[in-house]
Structure formats: C-alpha cells, structure tokens
Design a protein around this ligand. Sequence first.
Ligand SMILES: [Zn+2]
Length: 90
Amino acid sequence: MDPYLLAFLLIVLIGSVTVYIYYLREKKAELASIRRGFCPKCHQKSIELTDKRSGGCGSPSLLTFTCNVCDYSNSFATHDSGGCGSGGCA
Ligand SMILES: [Zn+2]
C-alpha cells in the first residue's frame, strides 16, 4: 500500500476519534447539567423532559430534553431505565 495513503488514513482516523471523544465529553457535560435541572445553553432552571422512548430490553432508552427559555433541545441515550431486571431479558 502507498505509505502516503496510509498516513492520510491514519490522520483521518485519529481526527475522527478525537472529534468523537470531544463530542462525548461535551454530551456528558450537558447531561450532567440537565440532570441538575439546568439548561446547558442559557443556564436557567427551565429544562423539561419532553420525550422518553425505550428500545426494549437491553437497549438504552432515549430521553429528549427541551428548554422553555431558549430553544435548546437534545436527546440522550441512557442505560439506567430500570425496567429490565435480572431474568426475563435475553
Ligand atoms: Zn435554555
């Protein structure tokens, strides 16, 4: 394989991994703020859970939060749905 192409692919791979890690950290910080009831964008205590969707046993549930003050809205996948205990789920 062409070493230049290999180097290019490596840079693209490292770049996308870095962006992904940064995105996850950002998302985690936003979720931490929302869990305390604060909007991560305008920092008002105006965040509301507008939608909750569960993918069923074993899969994470999707929570959608919306701010009443600004138009912030984001969805988070959480594993702590609590609906599935031991047994019953494959
Ligand atoms: Zn807001």
